[in-house]
Write a protein that binds this ligand. Structure first.
Ligand code: ZN
Ligand code: ZN
Length: 336
């Protein structure tokens, strides 16, 4: 079949690809929209190991199920595939499987005519949820997982560092699931404005910190989410969380990075990582999208044809826009 693939030099072209299909109960999905995200930029810049080119990107997939229980219906795909039999997989944490395969990273993703997905990773969508909004399901599920990892108290406060799509969705999920009062830290002005339009307090830098003990309790949060992954941020994360609170590490640092572990001990901070999402997070995300579809729709800044992808990724890198979707329906007509 035809795919729109990323080449080793970072460019894209239409190519004949062979889709690998997992074993077991598999559903064929015809992608309609694929969301672009920061990971796609990493794949393009070859920053993540284990990714081989040429590769059809696309791990945030919504489309139409071609067979199986939901045949003919709109579905969202959970792109994470564990082995299904190890301890973490059996515990419902496939994203932690040692033999993890991610659709659109380790095998061809949504930018193809068809993707084979294991039946349990295909999530049916409500009929009245527009597919463009539903395309946020996977990324919102990642945000839902991050918020669940934080164990925020009801009505608590949260600081989200990084106001890109994932940061804003973490802020949204913290408010929707825990009634949290959220502050977003973002350096790019447009994104800050966007976060403010969502009703979050938006600031351009981490507040200056003196002695934490002298701070008012209001400037310390129940949870701090690091969705930025900037080298200068990690050592300062503990300064913004209350004693006994949580630091949730969302962004992937390229290297070993400093965290004030003395502070972690002295103030009993909970430091947790969060990776991808579980099936339950996907179901919660779809419910949230359905309930808040008008509110979340503006997150999708643009829908482009495959040919517009390279430029869209550039604009994302510059922090100019939030989510961009690629319309995959023309791929079958792609030129070879
Ligand atoms: Zn993504
Ligand atoms: Zn496994």
């Amino acid at each position: 079949m035809i795919g729109y693939v990323l080449q080793a030099d970072g460019s894209f072209e239409y190519r004949q690809v062979e889709q690998q299909t997992p074993s077991g109960d598999v559903v064929r999905v015809a992608p309609v929209f694929v969301g672009l995200c920061g990971s796609d930029i990493h794949f393009q810049e070859q920053l993540l190991p284990g990714v081989e080119h040429p590769l059809a990107l696309g791990h945030e997939i919504v489309g139409i199920a071609l067979d199986g229980e939901h045949a003919g219906r709109p579905v969202a795909v959970d792109p994470v595939e564990g082995c299904g039999s190890c301890e973490v997989c059996r515990a419902g944490l496939e994203q932690l499987c040692a033999s993890l395969v991610v659709i659109g990273a380790h095998r061809h993703g949504g930018l193809t005519e068809e993707v084979g997905v294991r039946a349990h990773a295909v999530h049916p969508l409500p009929d009245d949820l527009p597919l463009q909004v539903a395309a946020l399901a996977e990324v919102l599920a990642v945000a839902v997982r991050a918020v669940r990892r934080a164990a925020l108290p009801e009505g608590g406060t949260a600081l989200v560092v990084g106001g890109g799509p994932i940061g804003v969705l973490i802020a949204f999920a913290a408010r929707a699931l825990a009634g949290a009062d959220v502050t977003v830290v973002e350096t790019a002005e447009r994104r800050r404005r966007f976060a403010a339009e969502f009703g979050f307090r938006a600031v351009d830098r981490l507040p200056g910190i003196g002695d934490v003990a002298q701070q008012s309790s209001q400037s310390l949060h129940d949870a701090v989410f690091d969705a930025a992954g900037a080298e200068s941020v990690a050592p300062r994360l503990t300064d913004h969380v209350r004693s006994g609170g949580s630091i949730v590490l969302v962004a992937l640092y390229p290297d070993v990075t400093g965290l004030n572990v003395r502070d972690v001990v002295m103030r009993e901070l909970n430091v947790v990582g969060t990776r991808a999402c579980t099936a339950e997070d996907m179901r919660t995300a779809i419910e949230l999208l359905n309930a808040h579809q008008q509110e979340l729709a503006p997150l999708v800044a643009d829908v482009v044809e495959p040919a517009g992808m390279a430029e869209a990724l550039e604009r994302m890198k510059r922090g100019e826009i939030m989510k961009v979707l690629v319309d995959c329906r023309g791929i079958s007509a792609g030129h070879l």
